[in-house]
Each structure stands twice: as C-alpha cells, then as structure tokens.
Design a protein around this ligand. Sequence first.
Ligand code: ADA
Ligand code: CA
Ligand code: CA
Length: 197
Amino acid sequence: PAADTLAVEWPQATDEVVVNETIEVDGSFDGGNVRYVPGPELGDGGQGEDQLPVFELSGGGSLNNVIIGSPGVDGVHCQGSCTLNNVWWEDIGEDAATFRGGDGSQFLVSGGAARASDDKVFQHNGGGTLTVRNFAAEDFSTLVRSCGNCSSQYERTIVLDGVEVTAPASRLVGINENYGDSATLRNITIIGDDDRD
Ligand code: ADA
Ligand code: CA
Ligand code: CA
C-alpha cells in the first residue's frame, strides 16, 4: 500500500494505574485497556538487564487488553507457555516481553502493538515456538531475538504472520543457527526505508 504510516489504531486508555510491584498473573488477566505505568521500583526503562517486569505470567497464562505505559521497564515475562492478546507497549523499556519455559512451550502474541525500543521488542529465552501474529511495531531495532547466551539454550522456532512494522534499525528476527533455530516470516509489511548504509 502507498500508506507511509502504520494502519494500527492504538487504544485510548480507560484508566491509569501506577505499578510499584510486578503483577503476578496465574491464569487469565483482562486489563480492560487500563494503562499500567511502571513505577521507579521496577526500573528506569533504560537498557539495564536488571529491571523487573510489569506483569509476570505463570505457564498457561494469558494477558489481555493491557496498555503498558512509559518507561516500559522489562515489560511482560512469561514463565511458560502464554498468550498475549491485544497488549500495547507505548514506550518499550529494556524489551517488551520475555518468553521462558522448556522445550515444547507455545508463546503467542496476537494483536496489539509496540513502539519506541532502543533495541529489541521480543526476547525468546525459552524453548518451543514464539508466534507473533496480527501485530504492529514501530521505532525499534530488532523485533524478535532468540537468546544467544542464556543459561539454557534450546532449538527455538519463531513465526511472524501478519506483522506490520516501520523499517527496523537492524532486523526483524535474530536467530542462532548454531542451536538449530528457525524463523518463518509471512505477510510482513515494512513501511519506510531503513537508514543503514
Ligand atoms: C540480552 C542478554 C541475555 C538476556 C536478554 C534478556 O540478550 O544478553 O542474557 O538477559 O538480554 O532477557 O533481556
Ligand atoms: Ca535484554
Ligand atoms: Ca529483558
């Protein structure tokens, strides 16, 4: 298409709450499009790896209709298979979401969008498959990174299907072929030029 901006419509926040302590989700959580603003206890939204997540999901959990406000800190952590439905990151911190869990885990990001990352959006640190579908991202460096130096390494699978982005500063997906990773990209729209030489 000739459009030069993303087609995605960001939701209006229905309310706003400050989060001073990671919200633990066991099961399903629906935020009703409330904006969750990370407090300084969780981090400063820079590139420090020691920041805390706003939400931490145990295996099998789902997070729905949530807006994560600035400064983003370490976003969302999944400790095992999880689904993130219509989650909106307004100002990514160190990264937007981290996926953990052993071989065979299934991580799904469906709907939503993310913007303003100095580096990565999604960080795949577990085993199994991370699928990102019907998702938009702008102003970032790498959309999905498979961990290259985690204490447990796995053969990871990454699927992007129906993803619209502004041109990434570095790449859509970074994988470790030495660990047998693979990535499948379908229905990708990239808007604008990147500014690499
Ligand atoms: C970097 C770092 C990893 C891990 C990851 C993360 O890639 O090298 O060890 O901390 O970030 O989960 O944010
Ligand atoms: Ca990181
Ligand atoms: Ca991180």
